[in-house]
Ligand binder design. Structure first.
Ligand code: UDP
Ligand code: MG
Length: 136
């Protein structure tokens, strides 16, 4: 079964939207298979966003995601990556549609509440980065 890595970012935890986000996924019938709260280490955040290392926002992004507790999760189901990405909404605030998590709760490009893997291969790497063997 396909899995994805979902993370409520520090702004989502601070705004008390963790429950809202989990509720939306559970209401959809998706399956939560692992969950933990932690403040990310800089090294983990840098690896997680390594694909963006050359982008101008990279330093600020790593600062942001390590600024406080996040809720790290693994969700499972058929086509889970595409389904959760659709529910999360677009990265650009102008393209994040109402009804999506970002489209309903944020208009900021960086503080956008939630991360979701963008492909099954990326999901496998991210799950291995954030969760140890015994945690799944
Ligand atoms: N981001 C940003 N400015 C940009 C693009 C991205 O601050 O121009 C931040 C934003 O928090 C986003 C994260 O970097 O969620 C990762 O970017 P990506 O393009 O992978 O977006 P996502 O997959 O989260 O939709
Ligand atoms: Mg991404």
């Amino acid at each position: 079964m396909e899995r994805t890595y979902i993370m409520v970012k520090p702004d989502g935890v601070q705004r008390k939207l963790t429950g809202e986000i989990i509720r939306r996924f559970e209401n959809r019938g998706l399956t939560l298979v692992a969950l933990k709260m932690l403040t990310p280490k800089r090294e983990t955040a840098e690896k997680h966003y390594a694909v963006h290392a050359e982008r101008p926002f990279y330093g600020e992004l790593v600062d942001f995601v390590t600024s406080g507790p996040v809720v790290a999760m693994v969700w499972e189901g058929k086509d889970i990556v595409k389904i959760t990405r659709a529910m999360i909404g677009a990265t650009k605030p102008t393209e994040a549609l109402p009804g999506t998590i970002r489209g309903d709760f944020t208009a900021d490009m960086m503080s956008n509440l939630i991360h979701g893997s963008d492909a099954p291969e990326a999901a496998e790497d991210e799950i291995a980065l954030w969760f140890g063997e015994g945690e799944l």
